[in-house]
Design a protein around this ligand. Structure first.
Ligand code: BGC
Length: 329
């Protein structure tokens, strides 16, 4: 895992003072009671990002479809391994082929500039230059058993941003809570239950074309954890003011790079920048009333704990945060 434990925007920890927003907490039900029988998009077992070999990206059935990936054994993942028998299934979802604004046209009908900023679309990978073969970008982590774009809109990297908002877990007297077994102090993070697969996740999302990642982090958190899209113009203004204050504060970049996501194909893959914004004193971010919005069905403060199943590679990000802050995992 390519962890970058330097500062995200300057100095390290933050202690903001935010006044409560005029919203009530509508979300109920804590993360521990989640339904883990989610759809195939999210139910694949978790894997450490430190492994160079992707695993979720080789799951047997492509998410949201009945397409079976061509089986790729560990020793055949690398493109450097010659494998003439390799015959990946071609799949691009109808939702992508229907030409929505977030998706590219088909190769042949447009001329993307790969490994470059292509107009407002960033086709550069955090992993460095990727190979173009027969006009198509090749997944930097190797074979997946599927070519085309699957559920992803962009040929090449599809950029996401993950805001990890944390605080120390406290008891009713305001004292930090330590884990019964590890004896280490426990962290909580703002988690959403995704509508698409029912799994709990960091409230992340895609970086819009031309958008700075710092803004995507803020926008996704506002939309999914504070329901900014449905707020009145006045409420939205207040959310914007307070969230800009929060996210312009120093956090630290936990991860930047390729994500082992089950939607990945040989020609399209997910990458993300995950940044931790931590409320050390418990009187800043913690004051924000949470309300699920956009792609989120629920929102809640959840324990940072290895037993909590999470979407895609989100557990790996939280593990990195826990290690950095010497917290229970
Ligand atoms: C999610 C991010 C996630 C990324 C890669 C995006 O769709 O919103 O939270 O990190 O996919 O799996």
């Amino acid at each position: 895992m390519k962890r970058v434990l330097g500062n995200w925007a300057g100095s390290v920890h933050i202690a903001l003072t935010l006044v409560a927003l005029p919203f009530t907490v509508r979300a109920s039900g804590f993360c521990k009671s989640i339904n883990t029988r989610a759809s195939s998009v999210c139910t694949l077992s978790s894997v450490s990002m430190s492994s160079a070999t992707h695993i979720k990206a080789r799951c047997t059935v492509y998410p949201g479809s009945d397409k079976q990936r061509f089986p790729v054994p560990d020793d055949k993942v690398s493109w450097a391994t010659v494998w003439p028998e390799y015959s990946p299934v071609n799949y691009t979802a109808l939702s992508v082929l229907n030409n929505p604004a977030w998706a590219d046209p088909d190769i042949g009908s447009f001329s993307p500039r790969f490994n470059a900023l292509d107009g407002s679309v960033d086709r550069q990978s955090h992993e460095g230059d990727y190979i173009i073969q027969d006009g198509r970008p090749l997944n930097p982590r190797g074979r997946t058993g599927v070519n085309g774009r699957g559920l992803l809109g962009r040929w090449g990297p599809n950029h996401a941003a993950d805001p990890i908002v944390t605080r120390w877990k406290r008891d009713s007297a305001g004292q930090r809570v330590s884990h019964a077994v590890s004896k280490q102090p426990m962290l909580e993070f703002v988690s959403i239950k995704r509508k698409d697969c029912g799994e709990w996740a960091i409230p992340g999302g895609m970086v819009d074309p031309g958008e700075l990642v710092s803004l995507s982090l803020q926008r996704e958190f506002s939309e999914e954890a504070l329901n900014a899209l449905e707020a009145s113009p006045q409420e939205r203004k207040k959310i914007h003011e307070r969230i800009s204050q929060l996210f312009s504060s120093p956090g630290f970049q936990v991860y930047k790079g390729y994500v082992d996501d089950p939607r990945n194909t040989d020609n399209s893959w997910m990458e993300t920048v995950a940044v931790n914004f931590h409320d050390e004193t418990g009187d800043s971010i913690s004051e924000l009333p949470l309300q699920a919005g956009d792609d989120a069905a629920q929102v809640s403060w959840c324990d940072v704990d290895s037993s909590q199943p999470l979407f895609a590679s989100h557990s790996d990000f939280l593990q990195a945060v826990a290690e950095e802050r010497h917290a229970h995992w």
